[in-house]
Design a protein around this ligand. Structure first.
Ligand code: FMN
Length: 386
């Protein structure tokens, strides 16, 4: 056990500061609810050094390059693409290939693939590696029927032999580490992840992420991180805990109680990079209206560059509520933005609502790396726009 923790620099008990009265409560004599884990402590997945213990979750329809770069700026140690169809890559689908566009300031970055056929997954993994990803992540967690009915995503937790063949084929195909993200199982109360997880490690997975809800649960109820703790005990690789991490207090209690190497933040970071900063650094100040508007405009600009104006216009609508909600702006502003037909109009309205944001935005733009050195040098035609 000790050897494992040293190998990936998980938050060893020595690095956890015991509570004032360490004899209160629970495992090992520590009060896990109040121990402090250093979230700025680097850790490793094989050769990849991850600078903090916060990972930005892969989220379909959310984890565009702008989201990932922003996550890195606010302190996420590792960011992930949304799930990418291995069949789409195999067929050279333009939009799917666009997901392989990686910026130079995103690293370390995992690109996640999904599918059910080991050779096709291996081919996709080679493309992901060639595109410059630091890790290939495999999706064994997607609960959506469109995906599960093809034998991919969470269904693979019920077909461990095939799941292992996929991981084995992918690990053989690439030299970067391979990670797997999974749910607890298909049905409520399932413990499939605890049986499958160690086998996936044997097959070649260098890290496992567990979102301990069942596929049936979708996003209801709560993530049962007692399973994360059990998984940590059963495998010799770092485990990432995903599910309901929305604050530094929650992150620290989950890390301490489970022995996981890192936490993953998903919905809590939607329109709210400040939550990532709060989790990593404990900097709990609410952003000013100017900061919110500057970040949102930057996000709009980058997304337009990545997806093209037409696609970005629809894609961005859900982000307006995420950024402007939480009591930051009166509701009508969101409605106005959703009705805007161009990103330029969105920008104008946002700046009218917080004129001081212009200067902040200029500063932000100056600090960011720009142009060709940022994006991968692939012919623009394969991106399907932008
Ligand atoms: C909109 C949305 C899209 C998601 N897409 C993916 C995905 O593409 N791949 C994946 O492994 N998980 C996906 N997830 C699951 C998240 O990565 C994460 O495990 C889950 O939301 C629990 O974490 P949270 O409570 O911090 O949101 C998605 C979640 C949401 C809300």
């Amino acid at each position: 056990m000790k050897k494992r923790r040293e190998a990936h620099h998980a938050p060893s008990r020595a690095r956890i500061l015991p509570a004032e009265n360490p004899q209160r409560n629970t495992r090992g004599g520590y009060d896990f609810a109040s121990v402090q884990v250093d979230l700025r402590e680097p850790w490793r997945i094989g050769p990849v050094e991850v600078p903090t213990r916060v990972v930005l979750a892969p989220m379909a329809g959310v984890s565009v390059q702008a989201f990932r770069r922003q996550g890195r700026r606010f302190g996420a140690g590792l960011v992930c693409s949304e799930m990418v169809s291995c069949a789409g890559l195999h067929h050279g689908n333009e939009r799917t290939l666009g997901y392989l566009r990686i910026a130079s300031d995103e690293h370390p970055l995992a690109v996640q693939i999904f599918g059910s056929d080991p050779p096709v997954m291996a081919e996709a993994a080679r493309m992901v590696e060639a595109a410059g990803a630091d890790l290939v992540d495999i999706n064994f967690g997607c609960p959506v029927r469109k995906v599960t009915k093809t034998g991919a995503g969470a269904t693979l937790l019920e077909d461990p032999d095939r799941a292992c063949r996929i991981v084995g084929a992918v690990a053989q195909a690439v030299s970067v580490p391979v990670s797997v993200k999974m749910r607890r199982g298909l049905e409520d109360g399932s413990r499939a992840c605890l049986e499958v997880g160690p086998r996936l490690v044997q097959a070649g997975a260098s890290t496992l992420t567990l979102h301990p809800r069942s596929a049936r649960q979708m996003y209801t109820g709560s993530a049962d991180h007692s399973l994360t703790a059990e998984l940590v005990e059963r495998v010799e690789v770092p485990v990432i805990a995903s599910g309901d991490i929305v604050s530094r207090a929650k992150a620290q209690s989950v890390l301490a109680a489970t022995g996981a190497a890192a936490v993953m933040v998903g919905r809590g970071a939607q329109g709210n990079p400040w939550a990532v900063r709060e989790i990593v650094d404990g900097d709990a100040g609410d952003p000013t209206r100017e900061e919110v508007v500057a970040e949102l405009i930057l996000f709009v600009r980058e997304t337009v560059r990545e997806l093209g104006e037409r696609r970005a216009t629809g894609f961005l609508k859900k982000f307006y509520g995420w950024y402007l909600g939480r009591g930051r702006f009166p509701r009508p502003l969101k409605q106005e933005l959703v009705l805007c037909s161009t990103p330029a109009e969105v920008e104008r309205r946002l700046l009218a609502a917080a004129p001081g944001a212009a200067e902040l935005l200029e500063r932000l733009e100056e600090e960011l790396p720009h142009g060709d050195e940022v994006t991968l040098d692939l012919p623009i035609s394969i991106y399907g726009g932008g």
